[in-house]
Design a protein around this ligand. Structure first.
Ligand SMILES: [Zn+2]
Ligand SMILES: [Zn+2]
Length: 135
């Protein structure tokens, strides 16, 4: 019995991770839940949340929190920033940035940095077109 439960949990976690790996849209937990449910109809939103949090604690996925918006998730751990559209909420990866080597921040601020998050805000191309049409 014990083993059966563990197998089910592993399967759910793997599917949550695969779903997140297969998209570049930085989805919400609700979006992931909808996809996972197509394959595991008995899964609950709470289970998806729990799995995401376990994966985050294990350092396998990262959480993108921005004020006033629901948390988004990213399975891409390579150093990159995010552009957040303030109109539609779309999140795009910003790569090829010269990322500051935060490991050396210890010398600057005396603190040990364990993670870095860079976010840019503005309008995505589609929202930019929409707003310029209006004017
Ligand atoms: Zn937009
Ligand atoms: Zn990303």
């Amino acid at each position: 019995m014990e083993r059966k439960v563990r197998t089910r949990e592993t399967r759910q976690r793997r599917l949550v991770l695969k779903t997140l790996h297969d998209t570049r849209s930085h989805p919400t937990a609700e979006w992931i839940f909808a996809r996972v449910r197509e394959q595991l109809p008995n899964v609950s939103l709470g289970t998806v949340y729990r799995n995401l949090n376990v994966l985050r604690e294990e350092g396998i996925v990262r959480e993108i929190r921005s004020a006033g918006r629901s948390t988004r998730w990213d399975a891409d751990l390579s150093p990159h920033g995010h552009f957040v559209c303030t109109a539609c909420g779309e999140i795009r990866d910003v790569t090829d940035l010269r990322m500051h080597d935060w490991r050396s921040l210890k010398d600057l601020v005396g603190c040990e940095v364990t993670a870095q998050q860079t976010e840019f805000y503005g309008l995505c191309p589609a929202c930019l077109r929409r707003s310029s049409r209006r004017n």
